[in-house]
Design a binder for this molecule. Structure first.
Ligand SMILES: [Zn+2]
Length: 97
């Protein structure tokens, strides 16, 4: 993102500084002074508002993805299928000569 001064409010923060701290901002890991600076910058910079909004949407979407782990039986089936694929590929390579 290109740095530019805020249009209306002097937040004392550039766009680059804001984007560098976006994760900390969304996870509420900033000091009160830093949060205020980001809030002032966001109030006057549509580019950074859009950026923070998009990052927030992506983070929310990723958090909603179910974390599924294959069961023990499915892991065994997958290993067998991978082993069959590997042996087929090895056999085909050997047969091409
Ligand atoms: Zn900005």
């Amino acid at each position: 993102m290109e740095d530019h001064p805020s249009q209306c409010i002097d937040s004392g923060m550039t766009c680059r500084e804001l984007t560098d701290r976006t994760s900390d901002y969304l996870e509420d890991r900033l000091s009160a002074v830093m949060k205020m600076g980001m809030g002032l910058h966001l109030a006057s910079c549509v580019g950074c508002r859009t950026y923070v909004g998009q990052i927030s949407l992506v983070r929310d979407a990723v958090a909603r993805i179910p974390k599924e782990v294959p069961s023990r039986i499915n892991r065994l089936r997958l290993r067998q299928q991978f082993a069959m694929c590997r042996s087929t590929i090895t056999y085909q390579r050997g047969g091409v000569r």
